[in-house]
Design a protein around this ligand. Structure first.
Ligand code: LLP
Length: 865
């Protein structure tokens, strides 16, 4: 036994040790590490779910109803042992522990009381049992493994102020490298298996290390043994730039420093418990995070050395269930001891404060549910106690969204675009950590995920061969999202060869799939709440598509005389009654021409009625009302509020009614459109309610048009709009009883997903760490990325199925730096001149917003039937 051989500590979590395939991997991992000559200490958790079951067992014992649960626990362990082919040995090894557990539970049932001491002993059984199985299995595979009781090595520290509960259930241990502890482990063998989560105190009693305790055990052992490295094996291959389970575009983080990992773990990432970083950091032990089920994948390495010196955002983390306490008092400014008095009260209630922001009359603090038992009684009592000092308001539930990375201060300018996201909602609190590693925003809880997505999209910007930011979860594992209408295979995958054939004779083209358009029209036509659906043709005014859309029962909404002319030219059967004209700041002649054609006309200003009343005499008109606030995917497309040029302010409604009357016009329709690319259903129900209420001012109204704006997922796997939900919500408003028709006028929803922009690769290049793929058309065909920062998925259609192993900016040939169709896109490194790239979801506001800028013709439009 070479005593100078280094130790590697491997810690496996609950899911890692609960299945046969994972155990096969663990065995391989141990063998491989062992082959480097290192000694191995395996620290592992209880089987998944067992800790919870032990909690339940304790509760059941208090009622004397524990026998069934005890039997179920035996069963759970026996099943794993059977699947590992070690049933007889495991049964022998587990028997003494089950006997001890049964005795403990019996005595609890007898006295009907659980002391902290007996709770710790019972809870420790999960790890004791599981490691027995682990040892038996590894031995059955020919490894010489010694089993060690962690309590004989890990000793809890005496903490003066700690309660009995804390001493037993969330103990901390001394972890200074220690020859005695090292010798105790080494004495049992070169490959040792032991438990996470448990230790013992001075009197020999069992104590627990609290939440995340197994990670902490691993770190304690690594420090005590002065290990060469600590490896934490879990169910995700490392730390990610966001929670990959909810955001498949989250990227693997390849290198982090201890302090960054600590920030990410504290800011909400669950993969690593923040407490485990202290011991490894203190002794400079490298920490690796890997996934047991895919051991070949590179994970995250955490050391003291940054993977790159560049200022870089590494992760966007979210924590939910946050409560804010806003303390308001005009007298706090320069008042000595105000904060001390306030914090004394938080202390009295055992509440630990996380974030703090201060101004002259307000101090706002956040309470993290992970650190505090927050129930309404505690909070009410806190409020009452604070009353003599200040007014205390509770705000919640909130989410804290943290941007974590190195030198955050120096990337503040990049946040401009990201802050756009906050236009529609309140930020309750902003806090920037003095260590320059995080910037945190606290918003309403239901906004948390959306913010994470938006910030992630804008701020996580890997470069080629990035040493820190690795591949997306999607690329590692596929998106793994639920299949919905929009994330079944997109049509263009099925029609790939037809698309490639079309491109043999062209450099670029928009191609529209008629079947997809028809499908969207059918969805709209089947909405029971709507009397009429118009297609907002500004989204795409291709004559052939207009015919397809009209023939499937949609009417047409136009915004200019040019669109009206196009609609009548394209659709010979179109009746004037089927057209709604909704212009904005159009000249007098356009109104005159539209009225002469007999189409419905919407006014969104008093000017026409007051200055050209003769035009409207004896006419029926619609009025567009400003809903007061806008919605939508970008500031530029939100059409409500005083800073938007659209609509008549609600407070001017009566003035408008009077002007209409004196011009001799009748207001027969009320219209509103809050914005474009909206996913919240209440956008339309709110608008509908508002317009219904305005009928008092406009008694002759028979139509309410709630506008367009239905959002589509901007990437494969994104959630589809809840059409059925919208229909139900609108039906609930009961328009038919109100005696009015409900109209809608979506544009994007009808055509966006039906269209793709295809463009031939012209040139590729690298510049420093950046890689570029140039294509034959750019912002002259598709301006949305440049104008709104809009995302469109991009694939190399010629190389579909090849690994997207490179990261590139996809750019056009226009003389503007903004001529970028997609930043940081994963594409095959084999991409070459002549390949066809496909830019997805470009059927709406693509061709219709195209230009001849630089005298480059925009892509032609083709239909695929
Ligand atoms: N009705 C009115 C009065 C509108 O102003 C609009 C769009 C619509 C209906 C149709 O909205 P949709 O269902 O397509 O969202 N260029 C931007 C979109 C601008 C939308 C302007 N108005 C983009 O590319 O996202």
């Amino acid at each position: 036994m070479g005593t100078s051989l280094p130790w590697i500590v491997l810690k496996f979590g609950g899911t890692s040790v609960s299945s046969e395939p994972n155990w096969r991997h663990i065995c391989e991992i141990v063998r491989q590490r062992r082959s480097t000559g290192a000694r191995i200490l395996i620290v592992h958790s209880a089987l998944s779910g067992v800790t919870d079951r032990l909690e339940k067992l304790l509760e059941a014992a208090l009622r004397g109803e524990h026998l069934q649960l005890l039997a179920a626990l035996r069963q759970r362990h026996a099943e794993l042992a059977t699947s590992l082919g070690i049933a007889p040995q495991a049964e022998r090894a587990l028997e003494p522990w089950f006997n001890e557990l049964a005795q403990l539970i019996d005595s609890i049932a007898l006295i009907r009381e659980v002391t902290e001491k007996s709770r710790a002993r019972v809870m420790a059984m999960g790890e004791l049992l599981a490691t027995e199985i682990g040892a038996c299995y590894l031995r059955s595979q020919g490894l010489e493994v010694a089993w060690l009781d962690a309590r004989s090595v890990l000793r809890a520290e005496q903490r003066e102020a700690a309660s009995i509960k804390a001493s037993y259930l969330s103990a901390t241990c001394d972890f200074a490298p220690n020859a005695e502890a090292g010798a105790a482990v080494a004495a049992v063998g070169d490959v040792v298996i032991t438990q996470g989560f448990i230790a013992s105190d001075d009197t020999g009693d069992t104590v627990l290390l609290g939440r995340g305790g197994s990670d902490t055990s691993g770190a304690y052992f690594a420090a005590l043994l002065a290990a060469q490295q600590l490896e934490i094996w879990t169910d995700v291959p490392g730390m990610f730039s966001a929670n990959p389970r909810s955001m498949p575009t989250a990227r693997q983080l390849l290198e982090l420093t201890y302090d960054e990992a600590q920030e990410i773990a504290t800011a909400g990432a669950k993969v690593l418990h923040p407490r485990c970083l202290l011991p490894v950091r203190q002794y400079g032990i490298p920490l690796f995070v890997y996934a047991t089920q895919v051991p070949q994948l590179r994970g995250t390495r955490i050391t003291a050395v940054p993977g790159s010196d560049a200022a870089q955002v590494k992760a966007i983390c979210v924590k939910k269930g946050i409560t804010l306490v806003s303390l308001e008092s005009p007298g706090m400014w320069h008042q000595v001891g105000f904060l001390a008095d306030v914090f004394q009260i938080f202390k009295k209630h055992g509440l630990s404060v996380d974030l703090v922001s201060t101004s002259e009359t307000n101090v706002t603090v956040s309470l993290d549910p992970q650190a505090n038992a927050l129930d309404s009684a505690v909070l009410a009592q806190l409020q009452a106690d604070l009353k003599p000092l200040c007014r205390a308001d509770l705000i919640g539930p909130c989410a804290s969204v943290s941007v974590v990375g190195r030198n955050i201060r120096s990337i503040l300018h990049q946040l401009g675009g990201a802050l756009e996201l906050f236009a529609e909602q309140r930020i309750h609190l902003v806090s920037q950590a003095a260590n320059d590693l995080n910037l945190t925003f606290v918003v309403d809880e239901n906004q948390g995920d959306r913010l994470v997505e938006g910030l992630h999209e804008l701020l996580i910007r890997p470069v080629r061969d990035d040493a820190v930011i690795g591949p997306t979860w999607e690329r590692l594992f596929g998106s793994g999202r639920q299949v919905s209408e929009t994330n079944v295979e997109p049509w263009w995958q099925l029609r790939r060869s037809a698309l490639l054939e079309l491109m043999q004779a062209r450099d670029c083209a928009y191609v529209y799939d008629v079947a997809t358009v028809l499908q969207r029209c059918t969805n709209l036509r089947s909405m029971k709440s709507l009397s009429r659906v118009s297609y907002a043709m500004k989204a795409n005014s291709s004559p052939e598509l207009l015919r397809v859309i009209h023939s499937s029962g949609l009417k047409i909404e136009c915004v200019s005389i040019g669109e009206i002319d196009r609609a009548f030219e394209a659709i010979p059967a179109l009746q004037a009654e089927e057209v709604l004209f909704t212009p904005n700041f159009a000249p007098r002649e356009e109104y005159a021409a539209a009225l002469a054609r007999g189409v419905h006309v919407t006014l969104d200003n008093l000017h026409p009625l007051e200055h050209w009343p003769e035009l409207f005499k004896g006419r029926s008109v619609f009025v567009r009302i400003d809903p007061g606030s806008g919605r939508g995917h970008h500031q530029h497309v939100r059409t409500g509020g005083i800073h938007s040029k659209f609509g008549v302010a609600q407070e001017d409604a009566a003035r408008f009614a009077a002007a209409a009357q004196s011009a001799g016009a009748t207001v027969v329709g009320l219209h509103a459109h809050a914005g474009s690319g909206v996913h919240d259903l209440d956008n339309w129900t709110r608008t509908a309610r508002l317009l219904l209420a305005l009928r008092e001012t406009f008694p002759q109204v028979r139509v309410i048009d709630v506008g367009g704006g239905i959002g589509v997922p901007d990437r494969q796997g994104g959630s589809a709009f809840d059409m059925a939900g919208l229909d139900a919500a609108l039906l609930a408003l009961d328009f038919s009883t109100a005696g009015v028709e409900l109209w809608m006028e979506p544009g994007r929803y009808v055509v966006a997903e039906a269209g793709v922009l295809l463009a031939k690769v012209t040139q590729t290049k690298t510049k420093g760490a950046a890689g570029y793929v140039g294509v034959a058309t750019g912002m002259n065909s598709l301006i949305r990325p440049a104008l709104y920062g809009a995302h469109h998925d991009i694939v190399n259609l010629s190389r579909l199925g090849e690994t997207d192993d490179g990261i590139f900016d996809v750019v056009g040939p226009i003389c503007e730096t903004g001529d970028v169709l997609g930043h940081d896109r994963a594409l095959p490194t084999t991409t070459v001149e002549g390949d066809i790239l496909l830019i997805a979801t470009t059927g709406a506001y693509g061709a219709s917003m195209a230009s001849h800028y630089n005298l480059r013709s925009p892509a032609e439009e083709l239909l695929l039937r």
